[in-house]
Design a protein around this ligand. Structure first.
Ligand SMILES: [Fe+2]
Ligand SMILES: [Fe+2]
Ligand SMILES: [Fe+2]
Length: 428
């Protein structure tokens, strides 16, 4: 029987939005609050339930294209410069996966002003009402001062939003917002620490089923979002996925297991959603604190994947990639007796791929030099000697497949950055 994976969309989106908002305490829970506010206004406005769902999904990830901490903090200003940069990048990524294509469009226009009706369309295409709703909900959240009691500021926020009815926001949506804003529960729930539970009651997203190929495409989408945060990492997960998948074949894993290994490869650095681009591409070595922050990504990967059922094996392989046989890895400091074969393959593949890449803090190595480093790590039992020998034995095959995958990923990176760069000045 073909393996299928049940994905609870709500859990998936919430854990991704958690990760994206871990980038700084300043933006903590921003995505969830915007999802709650948007869904509330949508329901008050009479938006059909299916559209409310799309809206909540879009809200949960709407700033995913803001890669740097700077851009995330800028987007908290009520009036920000270049607001469309991150909106467009998020759109370009998400539209490539069928399930996300509607929400991608909502995200694309989430900073478009209503401009007395001009914002109803952009370059001849209708702009969905959901985008304008997301814009409004997002701006409401930026006006909330989280240091102060929420009910004490509700009137000021309403006044500020009303001032911009017609210019920034659709007047009818402002009307729906005002109705909602008159009720205390709305403000208290929107800012409650238990926003997860509150959202799970108001937003009921379906469960989807994906087969291995569907899950692989989803994993590739996330690999691009993670890797494309910096040119230095732009091909990393693609190279690792192919390296690990090829080694798994040589170890004798079944075709299903090899495919799971590739998926784990694409997802292994998912936790880097929580790491700002400034650190990922810092041109000097990291400070102790920055390095500690960087290391936290491995645990974030584990926690994000835990929230999706059926992914235990993939999660084990993906999130153990920095563990070492001698217990000197992280985050669990597991050792020889704990680490599965898949985790060992992943660790070897990760080091091998990383060493051959250009990084801001290291000289690029040839594949053969990288192999020598792996051998030294195997000699002191950090990496699994058997897996390093296997890589060495099939070196030409593994290395050429890795290069091919990384070349393809580099082309894709250039393509997306080109489309984005051409449009980033003023358009969504
Ligand atoms: Fe935004
Ligand atoms: Fe936002
Ligand atoms: Fe990593």
């Amino acid at each position: 029987m073909k393996k299928r994976f049940k994905i609870h969309l709500f859990d998936l989106l919430m854990s991704l939005s958690n990760a994206v908002d871990l980038v700084s305490p300043v933006v903590a829970n921003h995505h969830k609050r915007v999802a709650y506010i948007a869904q509330g206004i949508g329901s008050q406005f009479g938006l059909p339930t299916a559209e409310q769902h799309q809206l909540a999904m879009a809200a949960a990830l709407h700033d995913i294209g803001a890669f740097s901490l700077q851009e995330r903090t800028d987007s908290l200003q009520f009036e920000m410069e270049n607001p469309h940069r991150h909106a467009r990048l998020g759109y370009l990524f998400l539209k490539r996966f069928d399930l996300f294509s509607n929400m991608a469009t909502l995200i694309r226009y989430h900073h478009l002003d209503w401009a007395d009706g001009l914002g109803a369309a952009w370059e001849g295409e209708a702009v969905p009402m959901g985008s304008h709703l997301l814009h409004l909900a997002d701006r409401v959240d930026t006006l909330i001062d989280r240091e102060r009691n929420i009910l004490g500021q509700a009137r000021e926020i309403c006044r500020k939003i009303e001032e911009h009815a017609g210019s920034l926001f659709v007047p009818k949506l402002v009307g729906a917002f005002k109705n909602l804003a008159a009720r205390e529960y709305f403000w208290l729930d929107a800012t409650a620490p238990s926003i997860d539970q509150i959202l799970s009651r108001s937003v009921r997203l379906p469960t989807i089923e994906l087969d291995l190929d569907g899950l692989l495409s989803l994993a590739q989408l996330f690999a691009h979002i993670i890797d494309f945060k910096s040119p230095f990492t732009s091909t990393h997960s693609s190279g690792l996925a192919v390296t690990a998948g090829t080694l798994a074949e040589f170890v004798g894993f079944s075709p299903t297991e090899c495919q799971q290994m590739r998926i784990a490869g694409y997802l292994h650095d998912l936790g880097k959603l929580a790491i700002p681009a400034e650190i990922l591409q810092k041109p000097a070595s990291l400070t102790e604190e920055e390095f500690a922050l960087m290391r936290s990504h491995a645990l974030h990967t584990r926690r994000i994947l835990e929230s999706i059922s059926d992914l235990d094996t993939i999660n084990d392989w993906a999130s153990s990639h920095h563990e070492r046989l001698d217990g000197q890895g992280y985050p669990f400091h597991e050792g020889d007796q704990d680490l599965s074969l898949g985790a060992r393959i992943m660790a070897v593949s990760d080091v091998f791929t990383a060493l051959t890449e250009e990084r801001p803090y290291q000289e690029t190595m040839t594949s053969h030099e990288a192999l020598q480093v792996l051998q030294r790590l195997a000699d002191r039992l950090a990496l699994d000697p058997k897996m390093v020998s296997l890589l060495s034995l099939h070196f030409e095959e593994v290395d050429s497949r890795r290069k091919e995958a990384q070349d393809a990923s580099w082309q894709e990176y250039q393509r997306i950055m080109q489309i984005w760069g051409d449009a980033k000045r003023s358009s969504p």
